[in-house]
Write a protein that binds this ligand. Sequence first.
Ligand code: PLP
Length: 349
Amino acid sequence: MGMIKLPQGSVSFFKENLDDIFNSGNLAEGKWNKEISTFINSHCNVSCSVPTSSNGSGLVALMMIYKTYYNRMNVLIQSNTMYGVKTMVYTSGCNLSGYIDCSLETLMPSIEQVRKAVEQFKGDKKSLMILLSHIGGIINPDIEKIAEFCRSENIILLEDCAHSYGATLNGKHSGTFGDGGAFSFYATKSIPAGEGGVVITKNNEIGELVKRFIIYDRFEQKMNIGSNNRPSEIQALLIYSVLMNTEEIIENKKHIAEQYIKACEELGIPYIKQISAFSSGNYYKFIVYNDDKPILEFLPKLKTKTSAVYDYTLGSKNKIASHHACLPIWYGQENEITKKVIKELYESK
Ligand SMILES: Cc1ncc(COP(=O)(O)O)c(C=O)c1O
């Protein structure tokens, strides 16, 4: 947490506009919440973006809405995701109906793994939602096939985009493949603004329900579910200030990644690629892995790491937790840290 830095342009923009908030008298539900929606609608090419207090509060709202108004009460989640994704399902009042296994090469489920989990689900598919997490800064490479499969099986697909703001696959942003998604701008995320999230959807009916949910539906007073899941105007200004500089943040981390890539290629260390012909990641994590040996044996001298994604498995165990590690990569990272990590990689081989 101590190492989070923001672009100078974001800090200056925030300070320059702070007085505006106090002068406006609008400390909530004002201009900066709207600016975020406009920005993300255009950046992600969606019709509906709703700023929320966090990714989790947005995903809980989406699941509660689908459960209450569309009879979708059963949810499958992937085994390799943050523990809180499980608590989100229960918090929304849905049933956690199973875990989808994940592959070490992506840390996410393939289309085959999704199909298998759906086959094992014994209930009515019309009651089903799949909530998938894009892990480490890239979009699940199979998401288009998974979305197509979900459409053909009449399954709702929600995307947990906590890690993936700014990433694209075939030019499309995460959260736009399925029925809705939510970003996170939590302090340690790739595009960090302390706290905050944004729900996106191309489905205007769902978007309207999310908008009403986060204000307790206090104007129309027709919904029986709802909460206050909004960022304040000050928080919204901070999120907007950081969003404006997404490219700069990603570009800065790309230079660190290039140095790691050179070392990994020379040493034969498998790593997850953030950039390919069709995919562009945001460098949330630089992930090295090994299929045969646990990472502690494969890279015994690697001590300088950041938190794994993840060091536990939800559901039945697989090797992901013990067979990967994350190299430090954050905006404005000191060169000495990058060099130290590379030295440890060479000493491991
Ligand atoms: C995969 C994943 N999903 C969801 C979240 C929750 O994000 P937030 O803290 O914004 O609710 C996190 C945060 O750690 C995460 O890693």
